[in-house]
Design a protein around this ligand. Structure first.
Ligand code: CAA
Length: 307
């Protein structure tokens, strides 16, 4: 079956095969039905992510959510690019690249510069960042010596947009769409159409630290960590209070483990530095746990222990 064209998007590149990148590749291939090129520096990460994806597809088939043929077609739409052979150049013929690497502004700016040099002049460059300024990322795409306000400079930065998926991507129904100061209307419309084709509802947020989602979620998680730090209640009772008392699917400490404590800390630091507001100051306990490399579910230990 021919791949659909969603607002000019025929092929998508996903940069980063961690839990977010894998989920984005999954919904792009299964829901939007577009070919996906997946790129990650770590071969181990790619291989464990693809194993997880195979398990997810098999489960969806066994539950009757999708047909066997749909799972096979989705899997066939995903091509892994070898980092050593292709690098970011491998995204040359894509119409949209979605970056899903860790929350580090320098890393993202360097990668976006490379992406902008590699891709065609219509390609949308989207970041799945949870908190970092899309405007700052967009500014990194303008070639040296080119004025940011010139027509040439604007042609790079206007194709950068925030497309913030939620974990686990196959399950969560939302994508937050964030326009940088430079983002064009056409980029926004194309990105919104793509997120809808992935089966997501779309909300928009201004380019402020943490956008809507994490400006609200992270102080909540941090408050739960400080409540534990102060000895007000056990971790189990803090989580149970929010789960059963407020009908949250997970307690805040369990959710922090699920997101990754390093990611929570990075987002909180961005919020704190970006606003100067003390309500966003990360708790000392969170900092210490990240120092200890207790990063939550992915590392086997966080507030809870995992197999
Ligand atoms: N990937 C794909 N699917 C997954 C999954 C994963 N990592 N984890 C669970 N699922 C699926 C399961 O396969 C299952 O699907 P079926 O119904 O088809 O069987 C479904 O989710 C429910 O899973 P479980 O029955 O195992 O467990 P559950 O009912 O406790 O649900 C949960 C698990 C969906 C994660 C639920 O606990 C939940 O919604 N938690 C809150 C998650 C959340 O808040 N996410 C946002 C985090 S913030 C973020 O991502 C943004 C950021 O910037 C930090």
């Amino acid at each position: 079956m021919a791949a659909p064209i969603i607002h000019g998007v025929r092929t998508v590149g996903v940069l980063g095969a961690g839990q977010m990148g894998l989920g984005i590749a999954y919904v792009s291939a299964l829901r939007a039905k577009v070919p996906v090129l997946l790129l990650d520096k770590s071969k181990e990460q790619v291989s464990s992510s693809l194993k997880f994806m195979d398990k997810l597809l098999a489960k969806d088939v066994s539950k009757g959510k999708i047909q066997d043929i749909e799972a096979k077609e989705a899997r066939d739409r995903i091509t892994v690019l070898d980092y050593d052979t292709h690098g970011i150049e491998g995204f040359r013929d894509t119409d949209m690249v979605i970056e899903a690497v860790s929350e580090n502004i320098q890393l993202k700016r360097t990668l976006f510069k490379s992406i902008s040099e590699a891709v065609n002049p219509d390609c949308i460059m989207a970041s799945n960042t949870s908190s970092i300024s899309i405007t700052k990322i967009a500014a990194a795409t303008i070639p040296e010596g080119v004025s940011a306000s010139s027509e040439q400079g604007r042609k790079y930065a206007e194709r950068v947009v925030g497309l913030h998926f939620f974990n686990p991507v196959p399950v969560m129904k939302l994508v937050e769409l964030i326009a940088a100061l430079q983002t064009s209307q056409s980029t926004l419309e194309r990105a919104r159409a793509f997120a809808s084709a992935c089966g997501k509802e779309v909300t928009t947020s201004k380019d402020v630290p943490g956008f809507v989602s994490n400006a609200v979620l992270m102080p909540f998680i941090n408050e739960a960590i400080m409540t534990l730090e102060k000895g007000v209640a056990t971790k189990e009772d803090i989580d149970k209070t929010l789960k059963l008392g407020m009908a949250h699917p997970m307690g805040p400490l369990q959710l922090a483990d699920f997101i990754g404590l390093d990611t929570c800390l990075a987002i909180q630091q961005t919020l704190y530095q970006g606003t100067g507001d003390s309500k966003y100051r990360p708790s000392v306990l969170l900092e210490r746990m990240v120092d200890a490399k207790w990063l939550g579910k992915k590392s086997g230990k966080g507030f809870y222990d995992y197999d």
